[in-house]
Design a protein around this ligand. Structure first.
Ligand SMILES: [Zn+2]
Length: 426
């Protein structure tokens, strides 16, 4: 692993079965969040293979390649507090949670957030008179959180850090893991550490992308190395059960176009399993969410879209370079799996940690959106697929002057002055 910076996991992360069946080989991609100031650093960017497997025993869907965490999480540029919609989502979540469990909480109870990023979730708990502590593997982000007076420990959520938290802070009434529950190869250890730190009547809450929605909405952009597992409730329920915990409730969230929030307690706690859990399990069975054929069809459809995109570019923009919009984590997955390797000339994005730097995607420069008028004759492909509407709304003037956007998701679509109004109105 030292030289290659990755290895391939040979067993299911949830049930440890070795019966894994290969579903798909993706195009090789770099780690999406590594931006650099000088072109010469591009030589350090590694293109990692990415392979999707299905566990024949518990139906978990996972990426087999595990990138060395120190490489994966260094110079991390994602700040959750930066996106207003995520901040509102966190605020709403904390309000709902404290209401939902008002009978079990009291002032100064501890909340632990795993993968706490810049502390934007814990901030809302702190405002509600909880004691808070976070853990995050990205040192530059931990520094920002501590500066914002959200106590945050630097490191991976492992045994060592769990002991440290137990000694210094005690047991937590709530343990949260938002969009990090799919980020570890060591799921068994992860849940053992959660169990150790969770109060006997406490609740562990995780938010993840939901396999059912990935399949239904054809979300290719969620496949990258940080997302090691793509969960169904069927495989998760089994995972908690074998680890002597119970899944008590599932809620849907719209924020990432297909996320769920799961609630988990100790197996002997007084919490009852709510009907939502069984509804999801029934849905997955009826829709054959984790069946091999469903998964193969997903990638067959992606491939059809790739052909459609390349035909569209060929027809309307022959031999012209492409501009990407959005220096998002999904960028390399989308660009390369849609056949755009070495075809993108610039990426547009206003993120202050990315603008004027070089992207790990083909070493192209990230430009501020103020420069967009330079590209009036070129196709602008939206790589930040979650924000298509917002981006198009922002650039109505550019479109009315003759500019063109191309959407990759939910389907290949060319947006210009003829149809943008009906698109943003929808
Ligand atoms: Zn399994």
């Amino acid at each position: 692993m030292k030289d290659k910076k990755f290895f391939q996991s040979k067993h299911c992360r949830l049930c440890h079965s070795r019966e894994l069946y290969k579903i798909h080989d993706f195009e090789k991609i770099p780690v999406g969040e590594k931006y650099f100031v000088n072109k010469k650093f591009y030589k350090n960017i590694i293109q990692f293979p990415m392979t999707l497997y299905r566990c024949s025993s518990c139906y978990n869907i996972q990426i087999s390649e595990v990138i060395e965490p120190s490489y994966l999480w260094s110079n991390y540029t994602y700040l959750s507090g930066q996106t207003k919609s995520i901040d509102n989502h966190f605020l709403e979540f904390v309000n709902n949670l404290t209401y939902k469990y008002k009978s079990i909480i009291k002032k100064d109870d501890l909340v632990l957030d795993i993968g706490s990023n810049d502390g934007s979730l814990l901030k809302h708990f702190k405002n509600n008179n909880f004691n808070v502590v976070g853990v995050d593997p990205a040192l530059n982000i931990v520094k920002i959180a501590n500066k914002n007076r959200i106590k945050t420990l630097h490191g991976l959520f492992d045994k060592k850090i769990a002991i440290k938290i137990n000694e210094n802070f005690g047991k937590a009434k709530f343990i949260t893991a938002f969009n990090v529950f799919a980020h570890t190869n060591e799921m068994k250890n992860f849940i053992v550490n959660v169990k150790k730190l969770l109060h006997h009547e406490g609740v562990f809450i995780f938010e993840v992308q939901y396999l059912g929605d990935i399949i239904k909405n054809k979300i290719l952009g969620t496949f990258f190395h940080e997302h090691m597992c793509h969960y169904s409730i069927t495989s998760l329920k089994n995972f908690f059960k074998i680890n002597k915990m119970k899944l008590i409730d599932i809620e849907r969230v719209n924020i990432q176009k297909g996320s769920i929030i799961g609630y988990v307690s100790h197996i002997n706690s007084s919490f009852k399993e709510l009907s939502s859990v069984n509804s999801f399990i029934k849905y997955e069975k009826n829709k054959k969410i984790y069946h091999k054929k469903t998964l193969f069809n997903f990638f067959r459809d992606i491939n059809k879209n790739k052909i459609k995109l390349n035909n569209l570019l060929e027809k309307n923009f022959v031999n012209k370079p492409i501009i990407g919009y959005g220096a998002a984590r999904s960028g390399p997955t989308l660009a390369y799996n849609f056949g755009l390797r070495n075809k993108i000339k610039y990426i547009i994005d206003d993120h202050f940690m990315k603008t004027n730097k070089y992207s790990p995607l083909d070493c192209v420069k990230v430009l501020s959106s103020r420069k967009i008028n330079k590209f009036i004759d070129l196709p602008i492909v939206i790589l930040a697929y979650l924000h298509s509407k917002k981006i198009i709304k922002m650039h109505q003037k550019f479109i009315s002057k003759g500019g063109t956007f191309i959407l990759l998701h939910p389907k290949i679509k060319l947006i210009n002055y003829k149809n943008y109004y009906s698109f943003i109105k929808k």
